[in-house]
Design a protein around this ligand. Structure first.
Ligand code: SF4
Length: 240
């Protein structure tokens, strides 16, 4: 008989295979492949991934982190969420400090990084031109996020990175039949919606634009993740 944990792992593996083969968005398929062919000078010796980037992390995660989309020369190059992206240089060290990662460095799929109690995904899984998927591309990709949410049965907190992710998570839940008032994005938001939904938390996206301007500091991201850990502690349900 299958355990809940093997159901999740098998389901995530099958989903990953489907995601990697996906070609639903012609504009993004063309762009991710063009970037992978042409490369950036600094990464000429890399064999770019150039495909959709699947979710990454612990199948028993209580924390689900939702970003926007892969970076052209970051995760579109390495094949793992936030890996090689400038945003990952802020996110992974913060996850390490908060106890959600075994190391702070994220360079490639083979760098030994493991997440504990956290899973990272994105609203769109292909690198978009100018870092901006269209509404139709978000719609095309949302079923994959829905499936991850179904499979990750242990999630108690969804942390949306940035307004688009925050709105995208709400839309995903509404499409699944949950009703709740429209929530407005603010950094540090914490919405306990009840009705069997995880808490929806929010942080500014750890993009270079936000970190270089001081809109998001290390301390601000640390505070958000500390609140998540405190929530788990208060619930008293240890990570299995
Ligand atoms: S963005 Fe999502 S739906 Fe569009 S091609 Fe990539 S994986 Fe498929």
């Amino acid at each position: 008989m299958k355990t809940a944990s093997s159901y999740t792992s098998d389901g995530l593996t099958a989903l990953e295979e489907r995601v990697i083969r996906c070609r639903k968005c012609p504009r993004l398929v063309a762009w991710r492949q063009q970037v992978a062919r042409e490369k950036r000078r600094a990464y000429m010796d890399w064999d770019y991934w150039g495909k959709p980037v699947p979710g990454f992390g612990d199948p028993r995660a209580r924390l689900l982190i939702v970003g926007l989309a892969p970076g052209a020369h970051g995760s579109n190059r390495t094949g793992r969420m936030f890996t090689g992206d400038s945003s990952g240089e802020t996110l992974y060290p913060a996850l390490f400090r908060a106890g959600f990662a075994n190391q702070s460095a994220a360079r490639s799929r083979e760098d030994g990084l493991q997440l504990k109690d956290a899973f990272i995904t994105a609203l769109a899984r292909c690198a978009p031109p100018k870092n901006r998927p269209t509404a139709e591309e978000f719609d095309n990709c949302r079923p994959y996020l829905k499936r991850e949410i179904e499979l990750l049965q242990n999630v108690h907190v969804v942390l949306a990175l940035g307004q688009l992710a925050f709105d995208g998570v709400q839309r995903t839940w509404r499409e699944d039949g949950y009703a709740f008032p429209r929530l407005h994005f603010t950094h540090g938001a914490w919405h306990d919606l009840g009705a069997g939904l995880p808490v929806l938390a929010a942080s500014y996206h750890p993009s270079r634009q936000n970190t270089n301007t001081g809109r998001l500091t290390e301390a601000m991201l640390d505070d958000v993740l500390a609140r998540v850990q405190m929530h788990f502690y208060d619930r008293g349900d240890a990570h299995e």
